[in-house]
Write a protein that binds this ligand. Structure first.
Ligand SMILES: NC(=O)c1ccc[n+]([C@@H]2O[C@H](COP(=O)([O-])OP(=O)(O)OC[C@H]3O[C@@H](n4cnc5c(N)ncnc54)[C@H](O)[C@@H]3O)[C@@H](O)[C@H]2O)c1
Length: 336
């Protein structure tokens, strides 16, 4: 494919604008030629800001355009499954933001449609492409830390989202922990066999009033016998807290938070540093570029995508199991 990959962007909200900017400015072998959003001002603003030729209201216009090779789906979560199936039927390669859907039966339908169409589907599990987490994964695959035994994932947001967001989010496990379930499978490179979730409402009663939780400790057991803990909270007052550690038979690999600068301020009162980068847009900036370049490469070179629809299914199954565990107070066996 000598000319740039022609992309149609579907959804021009927060993450849609991140991908638009990266595709137009950082990825030379792709270009966005069309953007669709039912909020036409959003589509128009993205077109103006990122030099996209056409802005439309209907995503079907993107799917019907013969010039579009691939779509990047950044619309609201409840639209992902239907748009992915229609894009597959239209023969477009697909990058879809997480989650694919909340329902495993629906995900299975989507995966069957993608397989039948023979198009590529990459999911937006951007953390796999973060240089720090990728290095921890490499310490496992290279054998540097021996056989993994214990894993800790700390994943805390700076502040809870508004109630309207919680209402359509699918709940914390499907909205937030889904990234951590994917990380857990990615970092250890094996499947989870058991999930146990202790969770509660410790941040905002409005979240509890909607039947959701805002804090959780989730224990995972893996096929090899290794064990992991995911530590989630919707509020960490010092900023976005994203750390991992794996203990293996020959050592450990860990990564901490990222800071806007490396300065240490020492005074007679204290030794201080500035707070970590505040949220995902700042913390994971480079991972969004790397994941999109990986998608463009996979389509152009006809190679496998690095984060698949099957990965999305597995993470969703773990999120649903965590909710069952929380509701029943019992561990859920994932091998049955
Ligand atoms: N991977 C990540 O780090 C990450 C980060 C943020 C959001 N997300 C995911 O991306 C998706 C979008 O999140 P957001 O924060 O950008 O939301 P947002 O509300 O800022 O933007 C969503 C946009 O989609 C548009 N939209 C809704 N229905 C549409 C349709 N049928 N066709 C085209 N556009 C449509 C809305 O008008 C809106 O402009 C969510 O599924 C979310 O889970 C992933």
């Amino acid at each position: 494919m000598p000319s740039p990959l022609n992309i149609g962007l579907i959804g021009a909200g927060r993450i849609g604008r991140v991908h638009a900017a990266n595709l137009q400015r950082r990825i030379p072998d792709a270009r966005v030629i069309l953007v669709a959003d039912p909020v036409e001002e959003a589509a128009r603003a993205a077109a103006d800001d990122f030099g996209i030729k056409f802005a439309v209201a209907e995503y079907q216009t993107v799917l019907q355009s013969p010039a579009v090779d691939a779509v990047v789906i950044c619309s609201a979560t409840h639209t992902h499954a239907a748009i992915t199936m229609e894009a597959a039927a239209a023969g477009k390669h697909i990058f879809c933001e997480k989650p694919l859907d909340f329902d495993l039966a629906v995900i299975d339908q989507v995966l069957a449609a993608v397989k039948q169409a023979g198009v590529k589907l990459q999911m937006g599990f951007n953390r796999r492409f973060d240089a720090n987490f990728a290095r921890v994964r490499q310490a496992v695959t290279s054998g540097e830390i021996g056989t993994p035994r214990l894993m800790h994932i700390i994943s805390r947001d700076p502040a809870p989202p508004p109630p309207a967001y919680i209402a359509v989010s699918g709940g914390m496990f499907l909205d937030m922990t889904i990234h951590d379930f994917d990380m857990a499978r990615f970092l250890l490179g094996e499947e989870v066999t058991e999930v146990y979730a202790a969770a509660g409402v410790l941040v905002d009663p409005a979240i509890g009033a909607q039947g959701d939780v805002d804090s959780a400790l989730i224990t995972l057991k893996f096929a090899s016998g290794a064990m992991g803990v995911i530590d989630n909270c919707r509020q960490a007052v010092y900023g976005y807290d994203q750390r991992v550690e794996i203990l293996g038979s020959a050592g450990s690999a860990s990564t901490g938070n990222i800071y806007p600068n490396a300065a240490t301020i020492s005074t007679a009162q204290a030794v201080r540093r500035d707070l970590p980068l505040n949220f995902f847009m700042e913390r994971y900036t480079e991972s969004y570029v790397t994941e999109m370049q990986a998608f463009v490469d996979a389509v152009r070179n006809d190679t496998p995508v690095p984060a698949t629809g099957e990965d999305a299914r597995a993470a969703t199954a773990l999120a649903l199991a965590a909710r069952v565990s929380f509701d029943t107070g019992k561990p859920v066996n994932m091998t049955r």
